[in-house]
Design a protein. Structure first.
Length: 213
């Protein structure tokens, strides 16, 4: 194998010609005069020398060959004062001469500013730029788009019917209806009687048989 053959001669070499390395692995650069691969500078993925980085890690930008950190919560940037993309849950803005990634409103996964959500986090429902927590009992995700609030999916251990979210059978985490369980709680296994406890002491998963852990 080419990589193994190279590494047996020159550590961290990706491609070689006989015993001569011609290209190093990522995060290493080649010093051809002595046929050795050396590690790039901190937070650098590709470089031509220790002082010349050509590609920085996410969250860092290249400044004269060195990797400098972007603003907090910024995934990529070209300078220390701007941001090309903020992490989920943040948006970029200049507020009172302060450039940074600011947190989105509560419940937003992504947003365009401090008051307008684009997508919602889990357990929140989207309505005209806002992310609202569900107000229906035992409902995980609500639908606020219609005239009356409805439930789209229930919390664990509940199933959805026309009347709302109903309890699954005892010790059942996921079910189709009040009698049909699809997944039991830890320490229980599916049986004809519903969820039966594992018979092996301390067993958290006895799928298929109470006596099989």
């Amino acid at each position: 194998m080419l990589v193994d053959a190279c590494n047996s001669t020159v550590s961290n070499c990706l491609n070689c010609n006989g015993t001569t390395c011609i290209a190093c692995e990522s995060e290493y650069y080649l010093l051809s005069q002595i046929n050795q691969c050396f590690q790039c500078g901190q937070n650098c993925l590709n470089c031509t020398s220790l002082s010349q980085c050509t590609l920085c890690r996410q969250g860092f930008y290249n400044s004269s060959g060195q990797c400098q950190q972007c603003l907090p919560q910024c995934l990529n940037c070209s300078s220390g004062s701007g941001c090309g993309q903020c992490a989920n849950g943040y948006y970029f803005a200049v507020i009172m001469n302060q450039s940074m990634c600011y947190p989105c409103p509560l419940g937003c996964a992504t947003c365009s500013n401090s008051s307008f959500c684009l997508t919602c986090a889990a357990a929140y429902s989207y309505l005209a730029g806002s992310c609202l927590s569900c107000v229906l009992p035992n409902c995980a995700v609500c639908d606020y788009a219609s005239a009356s609030i409805s439930c789209l999916s229930c919390q664990s251990a509940y199933f959805l019917d026309a009347a709302g979210c109903q309890s699954c059978p005892f010790n059942c985490l996921n079910c189709t209806n009040a009698t049909l369980c699809n997944q039991c709680a830890p320490g229980f296994t599916l049986s004809q009687d519903g969820c039966s406890p594992c018979s092996v002491s301390g067993c958290a998963d006895c799928s298929g048989s109470p006596s099989s852990c």
